[in-house]
Design a binder for this molecule. Structure first.
Ligand SMILES: [Zn+2]
Length: 463
């Protein structure tokens, strides 16, 4: 029995772990590295194993840093079975196709840049194409239900456990047996926490021998949800009240649906004071919302109640889904009283940049950030208080009110990670992955009675 680590080693992206037992090779996630250029280039490196030798790929959830290298895995010869929950299948399809489109676009851009400079183009082949992504969907096999063990082969059973992180997300328990020796191995996947909108609370993990766990927020506690929702309503009431527009740069998956849900609640409880036209101006977020509507099996009781009573969980008065570019452009004519949710969340691309160009310089408007803004992004520059920013080559003064609301995280914080770990009993060993080293070190200090490992890329351990 062996485990090896091929991504998310002392960083938060590129999750990919390999388990070998009973003559089978089982991969847990195959995610994309995201971030700076160096990390992006690492995506094209060798996996550290033969893609064609992998028998099963178990996918914890549909975020790009967990599923984004699957088309590459298939391109390099994977012929096994991809197993995950029904909701993750649909979301991962959307995420992988979107990623392929971006890879193709980036390759075209690099080619044009090289040609302009009279250089011979190198490295301009996309990591994978839309066709590769479509082809990889052919390998999706069983859709599993939470808490139902499935046998992969004699000696390997897998159970997906609700992780409460995004729709369809799971921790994965592997019950392994080789040469008469049994071992229980648990992968946390990305962990959410109790009391979120829409999603059921995460299920308590079982007691196991070995844990592989994420440590994204291993060193900090996040803000409470309730005051964050209050802040959101205040920002909207103030801005719409003075005749401005509210721009919310939005991550298409989960955050967009959560915000729609809170808006609906705000209207129903009269905490949102004004009638507002709400535009979900992101084709990907619209598709993701439709996928959410098809998977009530992931809803919590409150959300189920709404849908059982015939209500539409993601609908509210004045809501418009704008898929077409022409519809999107017509929003720019709205002088006030509109709430516009558009991607990308960090304003690095997408339609939100047009809306910022039209609204950022007007002091009656607001921009509300509800997610993480990485260093070097337009979102971060605005959050950090830039007086003017460059958008489509034009200097735009920042006169709108800027709100940064920190309490909408999809990840468990240090306290929640710790109580999750305590529920796994007293595992002999705990592998920390999916976190910056600082975060891992800080979390490691909190763990007692378990041997802690922080694997580096391609490191192999006997189980
Ligand atoms: Zn995730």
């Amino acid at each position: 029995m062996k485990i090896s680590f091929h991504g998310a080693d002392r960083n938060v992206t590129g999750s990919c772990h390999l388990v070998e037992c009973a003559g089978k090779k089982i991969l847990i996630d195959c995610g994309l590295y995201q971030g700076g250029r160096e990390l992006t280039e690492e995506n094209a490196d060798a996996f550290g194993f033969e893609a064609s030798e992998i028998d099963y790929l178990l996918l914890t959830h549909a975020h790009l840093d967990h599923c984004g290298r699957i088309p590459l895995l298939v391109k390099r010869g994977f012929k096994g079975e991809i197993i995950t929950t029904a909701a993750t299948v649909e979301l991962a399809r959307l995420v992988m196709l979107d990623s392929a489109g971006l890879q193709e676009e980036e390759a075209r851009y690099q080619l044009r840049k090289a040609q302009r400079r009279g250089h011979k183009a190198k490295n301009t082949e996309p990591l994978y194409t839309t066709l590769d992504a479509l082809n990889s969907l052919e390998f999706i096999g069983r859709r599993v239900h939470y808490d139902e063990a499935i046998e992969l082969t004699k000696g390997v059973r897998a159970t997906f456990i609700n992780a409460g992180h995004i729709l369809g997300s799971a921790s994965i328990l592997l019950e392994l047996e080789e040469k008469g020796r049994q071992h229980r191995l648990l992968f946390s996947g990305d962990l959410g926490y109790s009391g979120r909108a829409i999603l059921r609370n995460p299920t308590s993990p079982p007691e196991v021998d070995t844990v592989v766990m994420e440590t994204t927020y291993g060193d900090r506690l996040h803000k409470q949800l309730a005051p964050s929702i209050d802040e959101l309503y205040d920002a909207i009431n103030i801005t719409i009240g003075r005749g401005g527009n509210v721009i919310i740069p939005t991550f298409a998956l989960e955050r967009a649906q959560e915000i729609l849900y809170y808006l609906r609640q705000g209207v129903e409880s009269n905490r949102l004071e004004h009638y507002t036209n709400v535009f979900l101006d992101s084709p990907m977020a619209i598709s993701a919302t439709q996928i959410f509507e098809r998977h009530p099996e992931c809803y919590n009781t409150e959300t189920l109640k709404i849908s059982h009573h015939g209500g539409d969980v993601f609908d509210l008065p004045g809501l418009h889904f704008t898929r077409e570019t022409a519809e999107s452009m017509s929003i720019n004519k709205v002088d006030g009283g509109a709430l516009i949710m558009a991607g990308s969340g960090m304003c690095t691309g997408g339609r939100v940049r047009h809306h910022l160009k039209y609204n950022l310089w007007r002091n009656k408007c607001s921009v509300v950030f509800v997610g993480y803004a990485a260093q070097g992004t337009l979102a971060r520059r605005i959050v950090d208080g830039a007086r003017q920013v460059k958008i489509f080559g034009e200097e735009i003064p920042v006169r709108a009110s800027i709100y940064t609301i920190g309490g909408f995280s999809a990840h468990a914080d240090q306290a929640e990670l710790l109580s999750w770990h305590q529920l796994t009993g007293t595992p002999q060993r705990t592998f920390l992955v999916h976190g910056e080293e600082k975060s891992m070190q800080s979390f490691a200090k909190k763990l007692k009675n378990t041997q802690i490992e922080m694997p580096v890329l391609h490191q192999v351990f006997e189980l």
